[in-house]
Design a protein around this ligand. Structure first.
Ligand SMILES: Nc1ncnc2c1ncn2[C@@H]1O[C@H](COP(=O)(O)OP(=O)(O)OP(=O)(O)O)[C@@H](O)[C@H]1O
Ligand SMILES: [Mg+2]
Length: 312
C-alpha cells in the first residue's frame, strides 16, 4: 500500500524548496552585485606599489599582485596613479573600455561605479584608470582620500600603482597606504632610490603624520638574474637586504622575456605558466601572510645535454 509523505516530510521538502530558491535568488543577487567582499566588516587595505626609480616593474607587479589576490577570492581594485601616462589598463587588455577615469571621479564628473572597469575573466578584479590629462595638480588629497575611503568599503584590497619619483602621483599613491610593496632592481641606483622611498613613506604617509602604526613596508626584487648574480654582475638578495635594512622580502621575480610578451597580449604575467608567474603567485601568498620558500634565486642546474650544446 502506498503511504504518502508525512506532514513532516512535506514540510521538510517545502523548506528545502524554499532554501533552493533562496540560494538561487541570492546567487542572482550576487551576480548582479559588482563583486563580493571577502571580509564585509573589515575595511579594505590600501597597498601602494612604489619604487623611487622608474621602469623597475611597478605596473607589471601591480597587475600581477592584483590579479593574484582576485584569483584568491579577494575583491580587489587596482588604481593607476600615473596621471598623464596611463598604462596599467594595457596590462589587462582594458584600454578600449575606459570611459571615465580617476580624475573624473575626483572632480565628481562621474561616480566611482561608472569609472570602475571589471576584468573580463575575473569579476573580483576592478580597474580605475589614470587620467590622460597633462594637469599635474589633478590629484588632490581630499579627492584621493574620498575615493580610497569609498573603495575601502567595497574591496578587500586596493592596489595603488605609483609613478616613479616623489612628485604628485607618487606622493598621493603612498599617502593613505596601509602597506607598501617597494620594488627594486638588483642594481645600486635602483636600490638607493628605493631606500629614499622607504624613508619618504616612513615620514610623509598619513599614518606617520597621525602617529599611527607605521606603513607595513615590504621589498620586492624584480628582474633578478641568478646567473648574473653568481658572476657578480648584479646585486644579490643579501646585498640588497643589507643595503635596505630590515625591510621584509615579499618576492623575488626572475628576469624573463615572457613578461614583455604577456604585456603585449594584455594579460598580467601571473596568468602565464612561467617562473615569473610562480614567483608572483608566491609574493601574493606572502602578502596575505602565508610563509613561502624563495624560488629562482640560485642559478638553475643545467643538464649534461644543455652543458654540451649550450641550451637552457
Ligand atoms: N621580471 C621582469 N623581467 C623582464 N622584464 C621585466 C620584468 N618586469 C618588468 N619588466 C619590463 O620592464 C619594463 C618596465 O616595467 P613596468 O612598466 O612595469 O615598470 P614601472 O616601474 O611601472 O615603470 P614606470 O616607472 O615608467 O611606471 C617593461 O618593459 C617590462 O616588460
Ligand atoms: Mg608604471
Amino acid at each position: 500500500m502506498f503511504v504518502g509523505p508525512s506532514r513532516r516530510t512535506i514540510s521538510c521538502l517545502g523548506n528545502n524548496f524554499y532554501s533552493v530558491s533562496k540560494i538561487r535568488n541570492s546567487l542572482v543577487l550576487q551576480n548582479r552585485r559588482y563583486y563580493a567582499k571577502k571580509n564585509p566588516d573589515t575595511p579594505g587595505q590600501v597597498v601602494v606599489v612604489t619604487s623611487g626609480k622608474g621602469g623597475v616593474g611597478k605596473t607589471t607587479t601591480t597587475a600581477s599582485l592584483g590579479y593574484g589576490l582576485a584569483e584568491l577570492g579577494y575583491s580587489t581594485c587596482v588604481i593607476d596613479f600615473d596621471v598623464g601616462l596611463r598604462n596599467l589598463d594595457i596590462h589587462f587588455g582594458m584600454e578600449r573600455r575606459i570611459i571615465y577615469d580617476f580624475v573624473h571621479v575626483i572632480n565628481q564628473e562621474a561616480k566611482l561605479s561608472q569609472a570602475l572597469v571589471k576584468d573580463k575573466k575575473n569579476p573580483q578584479l576592478l580597474l580605475l584608470a589614470a587620467s590622460q590629462t597633462k594637469d599635474k595638480t589633478a590629484l588632490t588629497e581630499d579627492g584621493v582620500e574620498r575615493v580610497l575611503n569609498e573603495l575601502r568599503g567595497m574591496c578587500d584590497y586596493i592596489l595603488c600603482d605609483s609613478p616613479a619619483g616623489i612628485e604628485s602621483g607618487a606622493y598621493h599613491a603612498m599617502l593613505f597606504a596601509d602597506k607598501a610593496v617597494v620594488c627594486t632592481n638588483p642594481e645600486l641606483s635602483s636600490v638607493r632610490d628605493s631606500d629614499k622611498m622607504i624613508g619618504f613613506i616612513s615620514s610623509k604617509s598619513r599614518r606617520a603624520l597621525e602617529g599611527k602604526s607605521p606603513v607595513d613596508q615590504r621589498l620586492l626584487i624584480t628582474r633578478y638574474n641568478p646567473e648574473r648574480v653568481a658572476n657578480e654582475d648584479m646585486l644579490s638578495v643579501k646585498d640588497i637586504s643589507d643595503l635596505l635594512g630590515n625591510i621584509p622580502l615579499v618576492g623575488v621575480i626572475p628576469e624573463s622575456n615572457d613578461v614583455l610578451l604577456s604585456i603585449n597580449v594584455g594579460r598580467p604575467v601571473i596568468c602565464t605558466k612561467t617562473n615569473a608567474s610562480l614567483a608572483y603567485a608566491d609574493a601574493v601568498d606572502r602578502l596575505i601572510g602565508v610563509e613561502k620558500e624563495f624560488r629562482f634565486i640560485t642559478p638553475e642546474k643545467k643538464s649534461l645535454f644543455s652543458r654540451i650544446f649550450g641550451n637552457k
